[in-house]
Each structure stands twice: as C-alpha cells, then as structure tokens.
Design a protein around this ligand. Structure first.
Ligand code: ADP
Length: 668
C-alpha cells in the first residue's frame, strides 16, 4: 500500500466518520422527539389546550394550556368524562354547561369513526371569569384509533380576540349598511367596490349595479371630471352637487369625498352622499315665505304711512274749512268754495274707506258677485260721462278721452254691472291720474271664438317701470317715481280690480313702458242675452222732477247731521217728513201718524235698535216699506236688515241719485 492509497483510505474514513456523526446526531434528535419527555414538554408548552380521553371517554391528558383556558386543574379533570367537566364549569359559574353539553353531544354524535370526513368537529363556547371577563373558546374534537381502542382528543384555542374582531366587523358592516347617508367605497381608479342601502335608494342604482362603475353614473361625466380632476386625495372634498337618479329625477346632494390611508398607502376613497332635495325645497319655501312676509310687512308699513297721509289730507281739509265756515262774516262765494272742498274731501275719504272694505271683503271671501242682464253700451256711456267729469276735476283738460266701442249697438250681457263699472272706473281713474298729456282710450272688443269680452284702458302717461310690473296687482303697491312728486292713492285699486276680474271669471294684465304709457287689459265671459229678456234699470236714467206732495216719510235717525242731510236732499220733492231719533219714538210716531208711506230706518240706534224697531213697525203695518241705512256696509248687515223685514238696504252716507232711485221704487 503506497502512501497515496493510505491517504485515500484515511480520507474515506474521515468522511464516513463525519457521516456517522451526522447520523448519530440525527438519531439522537429523533430519539428526543419521540421521547416521553419531549411529548410532555410539547403538551405543556402548546399554545392550544390539549385534552385526550381514553376509550371510555375519561380524560387522560389535560395540558397546562387547558388548565389556563378552562380554569379547571389537571387534578380535577383527569379521570373525568366531559359531562363531569362541563358540570364543574357550571359549578364554577363560568359557563353555560347545559348549552355546552348539548353542543358537545351533538358533536360527538356527528363524528363517524368510519368516515374520514366526519372524524372531527368544531364548536365554540364561551366562559365568564370573574377577573378576565368573557373568554371565547374554539374546541376541535376529533376521534382517532389506537391499539387501545377509539379515543378522543380536544384542541381548545382562545378566540376571544378573533371574536371581538369579528363582532367589530359585523358592527361596522351594520353601521355601513344601515347608515342614513349613502356610503360607497371607491378603488384607486375611482371605480365603486361597495355601496350601502342608502346609496342605492338615493341614486337608484343597487350595490350590484354600481360595482366597477364610476360616480359619473349619476353625477354626469362633466361634473365627475370637474371634481375628480382636481381632487388630490389628501383631504376632504365637500360640496353641494346636482345629479340625476336612475329614474331620471333630479338629485341635490351633499357630497363628501375622503381618502383612506394605511401607513401612507392610499387604500381607497370613501364617498358619502346625502339627498338634500327635500331640505332644499323646504329651505326655498321658508325663504320664499320669509321674503313674502318681509314684503308684506314692508307693504303694510308703507300702506299705514300712506294711509295716514291719505286720510289726514282730506281730514285736514274738512276740519280746516269747517272751522273757516264758522266765521259769520264769510262771503257766500268763499263759503261755497269751502263747502266744495269739504264735499270733495269727504268723497275722497269715503272712496278710501270703500276700498278698504272691499279689500277686507275680498280677503275674507265675503264679496258676493251679483249678476244681472244689462246693457253694456249704457254702462260705457255712463262711464264716459263720469270720466269726463273726473278729468275735469283733476285739471287734465288737454288729455283727450277716446271711446273705442260700437256706440250704436246695444249689447246686452249677463254680468255684475256694479263691479264691472268699479273695475273700469279704477283703471280709468289711474289713467287720468298718471297722464298729463296725450290721450286715454277705453273700450272693449268681443271675441266670439273665446266667448269673452276684452276691455282695455290705454294711456300715454308716465308708464310703470318693468321691475314693478309683476307686482302691480298686489295690495299696497305703489310706484315711487320721485320723492318730490307723490301721487295720491292707497295702492288698493288694482288689487281690488284684479280680484273682481277673477271673481267675474276673467283675467287681467298690463303692458307698459316707462314715460310712454300703459295699457291695462281685462276679460270677462261673454254671455249675450236675447233682446226679449228684461232689461235692468236703465243705467243712464236721469232724474226727472219728482213730486211727492201727498207722501209721508218717517226718517229714523239719531245723528242730527245725517237727518239734516236727508231732509235737505228730499226737500225738493215736497214729501212730508217725520223725524224720530230713536226706536221707541219711531214706534209711537208711526202708530200716531196715519198713512206713513215709507220708513228710512237707521240700524244703529240707542235703546231699541233699528232691526227691532223694524219688526215692531211691521207688526203694526206689515205693508209699509222700510229701507235700512247703515254706516256698516258689510254684507251681513244687509242680510240682517233684509231678514228683519226691510225692503232694501243702503250704505251711509247715501248719495242723492241712489236715494231717489230707491224711493221711486216705493213712492212712484
Ligand atoms: P293707487 O290708488 O295708489 O293708484 P292702484 O292699485 O290703483 O293704487 O295702483 C297701484 C300703482 O300702480 C299706482 O300707485 C301707480 O304707481 C301704478 N299705476 C296704476 N295705473 C297706472 C297707470 N295707468 N300709469 C302709471 N302707473 C300706474
């Protein structure tokens, strides 16, 4: 054997030695793993609770972790079956043994030793320790076969943290799902990953439909790009946006967007939407109502100060000129002039009061329309006579008054003539008031096709500013042209006129240009009447000389001035006048005087009032006509008077024309 051979053999021996060493250490490792001490160490250091029962179901192994998890020592547990253990748990008051027992039995029953699929079962139970509180355990039970027979092993793990985590997730899921705001989660490409119920009910798109789509679905492409182009995913975006729902209805949304980061990594973006359409509508309603209330308040204040001015001016004239009239040395010319001023102011005051009463009646729905058959041409002719007088009084001599209707055609229609005349007078009076040169043209056209009459009143006056046109028919609206030129008027005429037109069944509107003039139009239904139908009292009827020399009238009036006025008005008729200043006197005068032809009865009387006196007089003579008079011109006063037996009712102060018209009905 040479040296090299020896060297090779030695080398080989060395290699085998190393191999043997390695095998030795492997053998010792294997020995130690399989050894009892390794097994015991494995059991007692295991993070899972391990318990093994023998073929009789009695526990033979109960490791340290099992003690820690259940609170039952190995001394107590070993040699016991699971029922006893569960009873112990019950005794220690840390768990619901009955429930656990049921679960374990179910599990044991479910284990089929021959079926590898069902050799194990899993269940959860919880224990309540006085110090630790609730502990959740998961128990994996499995059955295995040994040379000693079939045995069971339990692996028990503490899943309290996991359970808490799962519960938290469930809670968050519920909060997410049931949130009243629409919530959706978007990925980094702005595609939806998830959306909740409210999101679906707001947008109309279900969570399945929305997945992988972008918010442009309901925001529209334009708005979507406007928002997302500038959004930097660093902070919150908040805005009020408009969108379109799946059913194509408009959405007004409170829109919030914010990114979610975890350790500086952008995970997703949250979109929160809230439907504020309803709130917006309500806000608008409140805003509108507030504006209306403010406007009404302003108008009322303006009305009150205007009213104060409108009432004070004629009152000052009445009081001032009355005082001047007290001077016995005053000339006849002057006194006539003052009386004229007083009468004019009185009429103006009455006009304002009439307007206020009309507006009150309209607002309380008490204004009644009384339609009758009559001649429209007669009404127009009469109107123009009045307008000519008005124009004269207002000193508008240079303003031409133009008629624009068929003068010879006697058109008979069915409407409320009194209210129609009131509207025409209001419009034309305004035209006269606001026109200093040019003309005023008033007339009507029949529209056979629409079955309506179109009235118009055109002037070349100061006109109405565009911004005022929309509100000109509202109460108390006056245009303030300049501080220096204030036009008289309470701002009620157009409001009353427009309401009357609606009550008559028509429409009213205006066209106007500042400094050029205005044209008011209104329509009423055209109901033409046959010629054979009875004409109402002729509106153009003029007073013919009356002679009631053989007639007797009893005037019941407590106010001396009012009596004087009536006495004066009736003096030219030669009628014999009796005066009673209260109800009782009226009664005795009526029974003491033979053949009284008519009674003019004031309603507000001291003692027996006018209504009672009427009833008592009618008991004496049921045929005597009694005409009621009252300063309260409301509808119910009329009705009360008529139901007390009065033949007619006139508001105070009564004009000569009206007084004669009524009296002629009973005395002629
Ligand atoms: P008033 O009694 O104040 O005239 P109205 O209701 O009749 O009340 O009119 C309201 C306002 O409408 C007037 O104050 C005036 O500013 C404007 N107006 C009405 N008619 C005319 C018109 N023909 N030309 C110019 N302005 C008018």
């Amino acid at each position: 054997m040479d040296n090299s051979e020896l060297y090779r053999l030695r080398k080989e021996l060395e290699d085998h030695k190393t191999e043997i060493e390695a095998l030795k250490s492997e053998l010792s490792v294997l020995k130690s793993v399989g050894s009892e001490s390794t097994f015991n160490s494995f059991l007692n250091n295991s993070p899972s609770g391990i318990a093994i029962s023998d073929e009789n179901g009695l526990f033979r192994i109960w490791n340290n972790r099992m003690v820690a998890l259940t609170g039952i020592s190995d001394k107590l547990a070993l040699g016991k079956d699971y029922k006893t253990i569960l009873n112990l748990i019950n005794q220690f008051n840390i768990g619901n043994a009955d429930e656990s027992l049921r679960i374990v039995e179910d599990m044991l029953n479910s284990i089929r030793p021959d079926d590898p699929e069902t050799l194990s079962a899993k269940h959860k139970l919880n224990l309540h320790f006085p110090e630790k509180g609730r502990v959740d355990l998961e128990n994996i039970l499995f059955s295995f076969k040994t040379q000693y027979g079939r045995q069971q092993a339990c692996f028990v793990n503490d899943i309290t943290e996991q359970r808490k985590f799962e519960e938290d997730i469930l809670l968050y899921k519920m909060i997410f799902e049931n949130n009243l705001d629409g919530i959706a989660i978007l990925d980094l490409d702005q595609n939806y990953i998830l959306s909740n119920k409210a999101h679906s009910s707001i947008t109309g798109y279900s969570s399945e439909e929305i997945i992988a789509k972008k918010p442009s679905l309901f925001l529209g492409e334009k708005l979507f790009y406007e928002i997302y182009k500038v959004y930097d995913y660093q902070k919150l975006f908040e805005g009020e946006l408009k969108g379109i729902s799946r059913s194509k209805s408009e959405l007004i949304l409170d829109y919030v967007l914010f990114p979610v980061y975890s350790e500086n990594v952008h995970l997703c973006t949250i979109e929160i939407i809230r439907d504020i359409s309803f709130r917006k509508k309500a806000e608008k309603q409140v805003f509108d109502a507030m504006r209306k209330a403010e406007l009404a308040d302003k108008l009322k204040t303006a009305f009150l100060s205007n009213m104060s001015h409108e009432i004070r001016t004629p009152m000052n004239a009445i009081l001032g000129f009355s005082t001047l009239l007290e001077n016995p040395d005053i000339s006849v010319d002057k006194s006539l002039k003052y009386i004229n001023y007083i009468s004019k102011s009185g009429k103006y005051l009455l006009h304002i009061i009439d307007d206020i009463i009309d507006i009150a009646k309209i607002e309380s729905n008490q204004l009644r329309i009384k339609k009758s058959i009559g001649s429209l041409s007669a009404l127009m002719n009469n109107l123009f006579l009045t307008l000519a007088r008005m124009k004269e009084k207002e000193g508008k001599k240079t303003v031409e008054l133009r008629k624009s209707f068929e003068k010879n055609h006697d058109l008979r229609i069915y409407t409320d003539f009194h209210r129609l005349e009131q509207i025409l007078l209001n419009l034309n009076y305004n035209a006269i008031k606001f026109t200093n040169e040019g003309f005023i043209e008033c007339g009507y056209r029949i529209n056979e096709a629409k079955k309506e009459i179109l009235f118009f009143c055109k002037d070349t006056g100061i006109g109405i500013p565009k911004e005022k046109l929309d509100h000109i028919f509202e109460r108390f609206n006056k245009v303030e042209y300049s501080k220096s030129k204030i036009y008289s008027g309470a701002g009620l005429g157009l409001a009353i006129s427009s309401q009357l037109v609606y009550l008559l069944g028509g429409n009213i509107w205006v066209e106007s240009e500042l400094n050029s003039g205005s044209c008011f139009y209104f329509t009423i239904p055209y109901i033409e009447m046959e010629d054979t139908e009875e004409l109402p009292v002729d509106l153009l009827e003029t007073d013919k000389k009356i002679n009631w020399i053989d007639k007797k009238i009893l005037i019941v009036e407590d106010d001396l001035f009012n009596f004087e006025l009536l006495n004066e008005l009736l003096s030219e008729t030669n009628v014999e006048i009796f005066h009673a200043s209260d109800g009782r006197q009226a009664l005795s005068m009526f029974s003491d005087t033979e053949n009284i032809d008519l009674v003019l009865m004031d309603i507000q009387l001291p003692g027996i009032n006018g209504l009672e006196a009427t009833k008592l007089i009618l008991e004496i003579n049921p045929n005597v006509p009694i005409i009621a008079q009252s300063a309260y011109a409301m509808n119910e006063d009329r009705e009360l008077a008529l139901s007390a037996g009065c033949k007619d009712f006139t508001p105070k102060p009564i004009g000569k024309k009206m007084l004669f018209k009524i009296l002629r009905e009973y005395l002629d």
